[in-house]
Design a protein around this ligand. Structure first.
Ligand code: PLP
Length: 459
């Protein structure tokens, strides 16, 4: 009888934090910005695939991928090679002033995932998610000649002044930083688990649409609204998937009033949800369309190299020469990493054990994780909701009366970390599962087993 090799497990060689980790954490606390958060003591030394080893030699399973960034895992050989090759050619000239083939071909490649027959898109490159959001809002204002922007409660769009004004998830991001951008309003996000506006899970999408139309009658002239910006699946706010009818109805509302629809795909995009862009789960369903006018992407685009993109329909990208730019945006080394990442996401290059492509792997292994987590709800009644798509999954912790239980979530997060599972919170009481998209079913099962063990200590 053949015995299968035991799947790899986290290896904890010291108690946590180990001595080197503790020493670096202490120096970090002395010299780095007081604004940085440190959810638990972890200092990385090196990584390989879905595993990260800290400076004390403790190896942990990565279930958060540097906030949904490291799509191809750590130090993927295909990405490493692409970066090394580009570094030896040139690391910078400046895309704002000179074209570079590597970025031109990246743009050509990216628009293929959104273009429909008879419709052309263009790309502006930046360095971070916030920069892509700033570009999107500037373009929407410039194109429409209108100023008002509508965003959603619970959203996160970044920390620059425009992006922070649009953000609606936590007041701590705004306290003491005003005045912020004028002419920005927030409307509820249709969260089926906690429906806003007195609606139900099934009616909350329509309720939010009615709410916006109501604002247009009473407070905000619709013909002064440049754009509605929304995460098609809300990230920092709690990994929330809206009801299927919502985004098509929002598209129709924007069409009625000549408003630009911006989808912020910074966290859920680039294959994480099992499709290239998360809105594509809703577009074309039941004959309904929700193609936006502008898309922002960052995070998962280049396996951790800093690059972001703002994609817009050609008919919308009408701002004049010189009106917007960036010194580093579209950097060739980051662009090389983005090409290599896309190779793996699209399946042009196969990753062993991950099916046709990483996007397909995200869909299949994500489905397995969701099913397992839903089954866990029987044993752990404090898991109030499990939701998501692909490897964009949220677990919401609740009190016996159904209210969000942030304290229990924090305890669960720490118990998982202590067992070698790197994880990250979001929303009021949610743990997000956003692992590298190369996670196999076996590795997922290992992580889920650690979770079960950790959650049992909370019972
Ligand atoms: C949806 C979304 N938009 C924008 C941002 C900002 O990205 P960055 O931190 O790269 O500026 C984030 C970051 O978490 C995000 O999740």
């Amino acid at each position: 009888m053949t015995t299968l090799p035991k799947p790899r497990q986290p290896e904890l060689k010291t108690s946590l934090p180990g001595p080197k980790t503790a020493a670096i954490m202490a120096r970090d606390a002395q010299h780095l910005s007081t604004s940085y958060m440190r959810p638990y003591p972890f200092v990385p030394d090196h990584g390989e695939g879905v595993w990260l080893t800290d400076v004390d030699g403790n190896t942990m399973l990565d279930f958060f991928a540097g906030i949904a960034v490291s799509t191809t895992g750590h130090a993927h050989p295909h990405v490493v090679k692409a970066v090394q090759e580009q570094v030896t050619r040139f690391t910078h000239v400046c895309l704002t002033d000179y074209p570079q083939e590597i970025t031109t071909s990246l743009a050509e490649r990216m628009v293929k995932h959104v273009e429909k027959p008879g419709e052309k898109w263009r790309v502006f490159f930046g360095n971070s998610g916030a920069e892509a959001v700033e570009a999107a809002v500037k373009l929407a204002r410039n194109h429409t000649g209108r100023s008002h922007i509508i965003s959603t409660i619970g959203s996160f769009h970044g920390r620059t002044y425009g992006a922070i004004t649009l953000t609606g998830s936590k007041t701590k991001y705004k306290r003491g930083f005003g005045p912020l951008l004028p002419n920005v309003s927030h409307v509820p996000y249709p969260n089926p688990f906690r429906p806003p506006l007195g609606a139900t899970a099934g009616t909350c999408g329509q309720a939010v649409i009615d709410h916006i139309e109501g604002l247009f009658q009473t407070i905000i002239p619709a013909d002064e609204v440049a754009a509605i910006i929304i995460e098609p699946m809300q990230g920092e706010g709690g990994y929330i998937v809206p009801p299927a009818d919502f985004l098509p109805k929002l598209r129709a509302l924007c069409d009625r009033h000549g408003i630009m629809l911006i989808f912020d795909e910074v966290q859920a995009g680039m294959g994480r949800s099992g499709k290239m862009y998360s809105f594509q789960h809703f577009d074309g369903q039941n004959g309904m369309n929700c193609q936006p006018d502008i898309i922002t992407v960052a995070k998962g685009i280049a396996s951790g190299m800093p690059i972001s993109a703002m994609l817009a329909k050609e008919s919308v990208m009408t701002w004049p020469v010189g009106s917007h730019g960036s010194t580093y945006g579209g950097n060739p080394v980051a662009a090389a990493a983005a090409h290599a990442t896309l190779d793996l996401l699209e399946g042009v290059v196969r990753h062993p054990g991950c099916g046709e492509s990483l996007m397909e792997n995200a869909a299949q292994v994500g489905e397995f994780i969701m099913a397992e987590l839903k089954a866990m709800q029987v044993e752990f009644p404090f898991i109030g909701d499990v939701r998501g798509a692909g490897m964009f999954i949220g677990i919401e912790f609740v009190m016996p009366d159904g209210r969000p239980d942030g304290k229990l979530r924090d305890a669960a997060s720490m118990a998982m970390f202590e067992r070698g599972l790197l994880n990250l919170d979001c929303g009021e009481a949610v743990i997000r599962i956003s692992p590298p998209l190369i996670l196999t079913r076996e590795e997922a099962a290992t992580g889920l087993e650690i979770m079960r063990d950790a959650l049992r200590t909370l019972k």
